[in-house]
Design a protein around this ligand. Structure first.
Ligand code: ADP
Ligand code: MG
Length: 326
């Protein structure tokens, strides 16, 4: 008995010394540029990041978060094509995509762990996650986040919600309020302490407003990078990885003066953000999320390509945001 509990204690100590990683998967983990995004394509695409994550799980504890933009877009389009008089609000669609994408990541992870022969000792779970936002967030007065299908001008004029002209046509815009706290942070921390791989905060989380002890869903979307930074701080992760469809961050991006950045201090990152190097809706929130995490924790964040997650964790790829060493 004593020997057994000592063994269990030793195993627990081993778990507690494994660093905790939070890996935020961008949209390209599921759908690549130019694809329509069939389920077969999404499963095939997931193999690249998920194999690396399975490998990392040997010596790290892991939290996986993910985007859901195109998946919510598909659901919105399906609702419009077949209106049976039951319109599902955005909070429900976000919940649906957490289930859908959680399932896809889980089953891909299952195979990847099996290939490594560590399937039995590696539990994982996906968790529906709510994220609290402030009902007085200025974002509710001026919705800016385009979602769902593209409309022409005459369709747009008849829509019952705010729309905005984008480069691709008219689209519905919704509020994108700042995440305040992840409702399930304690559950996630407990699962991590037991070395579960936790898939959570999908699509930035189901946005809710707190009313005393109760929560009510709202029609909004939360940026998944900003929600991931909140979660990383609330759970106390050691390294925050943002995986996307470029190798990292550059200045003068897309011009002939483009220069890749291996390393950025939070102060430099803020300065470049103010200079407009990182646009809202793409690189901007990634930099903001990395800076928020690094400033509050004193730890590292790295923005990297989906193919270089492992290399980035080992400090060999991506743009690292970290306080400059004294
Ligand atoms: P994700 O789905 O991973 O969140 P996003 O499209 O939101 O991806 O953000 C990644 C995109 O940011 C890249 O494809 C790139 O085109 C764009 N981007 C904008 N500014 C920069 C920059 N300064 N450096 C690198 N990429 C940038
Ligand atoms: Mg994005």
């Amino acid at each position: 008995m004593i020997a057994q509990s000592m063994q269990a204690g030793a195993a627990m100590n081993q778990i507690q010394t494994k660093p905790v990683l939070l890996i935020a998967l961008g949209g390209n983990a599921l759908i690549r540029k130019g694809q329509v995004g069939t389920v077969a394509e999404q499963f095939a695409n997931l193999r690249l990041p998920v194999r690396q994550i399975a490998g990392l799980s040997l010596d790290h504890r892991l939290i996986i978060t993910h985007g859901n933009g195109p998946q919510v877009g598909h659901l919105l389009l399906q609702q419009e094509c077949c209106d049976q008089g039951v319109k599902l609000p955005l909070e429900i669609l976000v919940a649906q995509t957490q289930g859908q994408i959680g399932y896809m990541i889980e089953s891909t992870l299952d195979s990847a762990l099996m290939e490594l022969g560590i399937h039995d000792e590696k539990p994982f779970v996906s968790l529906l996650s709510y994220v609290v936002v402030d009902r007085n967030d200025p974002a509710f007065r001026e919705p800016t986040k385009p979602i769902g299908p593209i409309y022409d001008q005459s369709q747009a004029a008849r829509l019952p919600f705010p729309v905005r002209k984008t480069a691709r046509g008219y689209r519905r815009v919704v509020a994108s309020p700042k995440p305040i706290t992840i409702v399930e942070k304690r559950e996630i921390a407990r699962l991590i302490a037991m070395d579960f791989i936790v898939i959570c905060c999908g699509g930035g989380g189901i946005p809710v407003i707190r009313d005393g002890r109760a929560f009510a869903g709202v029609d909004a979307v939360i940026d998944k990078d900003l929600a991931s930074a909140r979660l990383a701080l609330e759970v106390g992760v050691d390294l925050f990885v943002i995986a996307t469809d470029v190798a990292g961050t550059a200045v003068h991006y897309g011009t002939d003066r483009e220069r890749f950045l291996d390393r950025l201090s939070p102060a430099e990152a803020r300065r470049l953000l103010l200079q407009g190097e990182f646009p809202p809706g793409s690189m901007g929130p990634k930099i903001e999320a990395a800076v928020e995490f690094v400033e509050a924790s004193g730890k590292r964040a790295v923005i990297t390509g989906i193919d270089a997650i492992e290399a980035a964790v080992r400090g060999k790829a991506g743009t690292e945001v970290a306080a400059t060493r004294a």
